[in-house]
Design a protein around this ligand. Structure first.
Ligand SMILES: NC(=O)c1ccc[n+]([C@@H]2O[C@H](COP(=O)([O-])OP(=O)(O)OC[C@H]3O[C@@H](n4cnc5c(N)ncnc54)[C@H](OP(=O)(O)O)[C@@H]3O)[C@@H](O)[C@H]2O)c1
Length: 350
């Protein structure tokens, strides 16, 4: 591990032990509608959704699997705490274009055209041990972290932009929140379009999060005067399911985790604490977008994210890919193959 990573880890433990994490201030969200992707129990999306619903928003959650179970659990918690709520759920797999299209069609048919808050929270890091030597690919051939964390949210956002634009107003713009990570600091603009370094899932995770920070800034440049504000953030280091995904079959790690899990609360945030910065970005009155946030405050992003030409190119090329997709299924035609080749270099990582 490089010395800088060790220093960051030590300072984060010290900060965790010495300071209380900031909490977002309650805001009356009625009658706004919010989508929170990736809201499975134990995740920060779950805690985000439950807070927005408790504050009066109509909330739509997504998970990949067991969506109804997540909705029911959330409803029970809200009821037990005495909150009236409007909660809905629908499955969404961001790696599948047909799933994104299905979600958007379901949303328009069932919920309508009103949408004031979109929280692009769902994400993965499927190789916490960093043992993959080759990229794992999505069914349509992209590196899996890039596909899940960047391309899927871009596809979803693109399809929902007309709803956001018409639902926002000058005084209350709609908000798009991209849950990135401080690991976007690992990202390099030069690797966004053509990956040249040996494969490393931590690096690619960082690239996907750098892509999201660019997306937040570019969305602000394009839609900031059209009643939408856009934010990127680091939620903190949080004890969620993300770190244990992919380790289920590793017996040795399972045994180790039994010992480590009780200790992790010493240096990691709870999911509720970890949800605060995205809740803040989605709800704090008058909060100007086009910025990166950490601990409920504006923070400095990786300077790579300030290169407007890179953000513009990434947006344009990703949109060319999205616009080439059939609107009802993912398709495998030549338009998509061509877009796959030029949308990002991540697809051809070797
Ligand atoms: N935890 C941390 O320390 C940390 C730090 C920095 C950034 N983040 C970011 O915070 C976000 C939330 O992570 P978390 O820690 O709450 O992780 P988590 O507990 O693993 O939750 C991830 C959520 O994303 C969903 N998801 C996974 N793959 C998906 C796909 N292909 N399509 C749609 N949804 C998918 C999962 O649904 P299923 O359960 O149905 O699979 C789950 O609801 C992620 O973007 C992550 O990168 C987390």
């Amino acid at each position: 591990m490089p010395l800088s990573d060790v220093t960051t880890a030590v300072s984060s433990v010290a900060r965790r032990l010495l300071t209380k994490p900031p909490m977002a201030m309650p805001v009356d969200l009625h009658p706004k509608t919010a989508i929170v992707t990736g809201a499975s129990p134990g995740s920060i999306g779950y805690e985000t959704a439950i807070t927005l619903a408790a504050w009066g928003a109509r909330v739509i959650i997504t998970t990949r699997s067991n969506t109804d179970t997540s909705v029911e659990k959330m409803r029970r918690e809200l009821q037990a705490d005495g909150f009236h709520h409007q909660l809905h759920g629908h499955p969404l797999d961001l790696t599948r274009a047909d799933s994104v299209e299905d979600f958007v069609a379901w949303y328009r048919h069932t919920i309508g055209d009103s949408l004031q808050i979109l929280i692009n929270n769902a994400g993965i890091h499927a190789d916490i041990l960093g043992s993959w030597r080759e990229p794992h690919l999505s069914a349509d051939g992209f590196e899996i972290h890039w596909r899940t964390n960047f391309m899927g949210p871009m596809h979803l956002t693109r399809r929902l932009l007309p709803l956001l634009e018409q639902s926002g107003t000058v005084s209350e713009p709609a908000r798009v929140v991209f849950v990135a990570s401080h690991l976007h600091q690992k990202g390099l603009n030069s690797e966004l379009f053509h990956a040249s370094q040996p494969y490393n899932s931590w690096q690619t995770y960082g690239q996907s999060k750098l892509g999201l920070v660019h997306a937040a800034f570019e969305l602000q440049r394009r839609y900031g005067h059209r009643n939408i504000q856009s934010y990127a953030l680091h939620p903190g280091s949080i004890a969620t399911n993300i770190a244990i995904r992919g380790l289920e079959t590793n017996q040795r790690m399972q045994r180790l985790l039994q010992w480590v899990n009780p200790l992790q609360m010493l240096f990691m945030l709870t999911p509720r604490q970890g949800a605060q910065t995205q809740i803040y970005c989605a709800t704090a009155p008058g909060l100007a977008g086009g910025r990166y946030f950490d601990r409920c405050a504006a923070a400095a992003p990786n300077p790579e994210a300030n290169h407007e030409q890179v953000g513009k190119r990434l947006w344009d090329e990703t949109l060319a890919w999205i616009d080439s997709l059939p609107s009802t299924d993912c398709g495998t035609g030549s338009a998509q193959d061509a877009a796959r080749a030029n949308a990002t270099g991540q697809a051809s990582t070797a």
